[in-house]
Every structure is written in C-alpha cells, then in structure tokens.
Design a protein around this ligand. Structure first.
Ligand SMILES: C[S@@+](CC[C@H](N)C(=O)[O-])C[C@H]1O[C@@H](n2cnc3c(N)ncnc32)[C@H](O)[C@@H]1O
Length: 235
C-alpha cells in the first residue's frame, strides 16, 4: 500500500512487536493497515469517532485482512479506549496522529490517569503546538524513547515516541525537552530550516500579539528556548 511520507515515518518508529497496537483517530486506517501487513501487532485496533468512516474501514479490512482475529474496529472517542481489557503488565502502543497538539495532550493525560497501572507507550504526531504539548508532557510520568523530524511537501512533522516511566526506563535518563531533543541530533539542512521557520513564527507572534502578560511571557520563553538551541547547533 502506498502511504504518505509522514505515515511511513511513524511506521518506521515501530521497531518491535506489540500484542496490542491502537491506531487512534485512524480515519482511512492506512497506518494501521501498514503495521498489520508488517506483522508487528498481535491485534491492531482501529479507532475513530465517526461511524461512517469505521463502516467503510471495516469493509476494506475484511477484504484485505481476512484473518479477523488480527484486527478490531472501535467506533469510539479515544478517551473511552478499553485499555483495561489487556493485562496491566502487557505493553500497549497507542498511536495518535493527525490531530492538534492540545487534543493529543488531553488524550494522553486522560489515558495515563485512567490506566495508571498499565504499561503504555505513545507514538504521537501532533499538528501544531508541539512546544506546548511537550512542555505539558514533561509533567507526566513519561520518558522519551525516540523522536524524529520529517518534511512532507512544505510541512514539517515532529514524531515523538514516549514510554510510561519505570525503574527500567526512568524519566531521569530519558527526559522530554519542550523544544525537542533527539530530533535535533546531527542536524542537517532540514533541522536548520525548520528551526529558522519556528523562530520566525514566535518572533511574529511576539510582534503582533495582543496577548496578556502571561501569554506574552510564555511566547518569549518559547522563543528563547529555540534561539538558545540555534546557538548551540551553530557553535
Ligand atoms: C486528520 S484525521 C488523521 C488520520 C490519520 N491518523 C493520519 O494521521 O493521517 C483525524 C481523525 O481523527 C478523528 N477524531 C477526532 N477526534 C477524535 C476522538 N476524540 N476520538 C476518536 N477519533 C477522533 C476524526 O474523526 C478524523 O478521522
């Protein structure tokens, strides 16, 4: 199946098998189908809130993946995922891609709080508000596993793989940085261009902003973090 560069990049970060993978906000289901084809999930759960999308997807899955134990279709709000149907110690990978940073955050916060004893991993590819999202994720019991930056057409995407922190995988040795960390390693033109664009975005926000003093200082803080990063990449 031909999938977008962004979905290929998310797929590439799934480097081991899981008994349960949840393709949340799956829409067309292309990512989940690619993972199914690769055989990295005991069971692939397709989740979207729109019934008509899920009816169509179920039909496509029946045709392309006749072994029905391999997949399930859930017409659900991500906030209602039944993650407790799986034993707490069993790792579950929850992929949330293609929704805004704020919505991504509320889903992660909710699932972590509701299933606090479960062994959860998150693979996130938010649209917009990446700094705000990471800054809030820092406050949760999550450790960074991997992180990449890609560009498709003229859009940049940050993809973040997080694991629930544990004694084996502590936050202290794998911290989340609000401006990202691993994705800036060995920076190429791609990273430099994205950083310049991001800095320009926050500079314009500061100039045009009708924001309150608190919002203004948050924008200033974000801008400073990116400027500092630029200095360190250039030194
Ligand atoms: C732009 S599509 C993303 C498709 C795919 N994940 C991707 O990255 O290409 C967003 C999908 O999220 C679904 N969605 C939005 N909020 C949701 C929620 N709370 N629970 C489940 N699905 C949701 C929408 O119905 C839509 O199909």
């Amino acid at each position: 199946m031909k999938i977008s560069k962004r979905l290929q990049a998310i797929d590439s970060l799934v480097t081991k098998s899981y008994q349960h993978i949840w393709d949340c906000c799956c829409d067309h289901g292309q990512l989940g189908m690619t993972l199914l084809q690769r055989g990295v999930a005991g069971q692939l759960h397709f989740v979207d809130i729109v019934p008509s999308i899920m009816m169509q997807l179920r039909r496509a899955l029946k045709q392309q993946f006749p072994v029905q134990q391999q997949w399930r279709v859930h017409t659900l709000d991500v906030l209602d995922l039944p993650l407790d149907e799986v034993a707490p110690e069993q790792p579950q990978l929850i992929i949330i891609a293609g929704v805004g940073g704020e919505q991504t955050l509320s889903m992660v916060e909710h699932l972590l709080a509701k299933f606090c004893g479960h062994n959860l991993e998150f693979l996130l590819c938010p649209l917009r508000h990446q700094y705000k999202l990471r800054a809030a994720l820092q406050k949760l019991p999550l450790a960074l596993h991997n992180e990449i930056l890609i560009k498709e057409n003229k859009w940049y995407y940050e993809i973040i793989h997080l694991r629930k922190s544990s004694n084996v995988y502590p936050v202290a040795s794998n911290p989340i940085h609000a401006r990202g960390s691993l994705m800036w390693d060995n920076a190429t033109e791609l990273q430099h261009d994205y950083l310049q664009q991001t800095i320009g975005h926050y500079q314009r926000m500061l100039k045009n902003s009708q924001a309150s003093i608190t919002e203004h200082s948050a924008i200033q803080q974000t801008l400073s973090a990116y400027l500092e990063l630029q200095q360190s990449l250039n030194s």
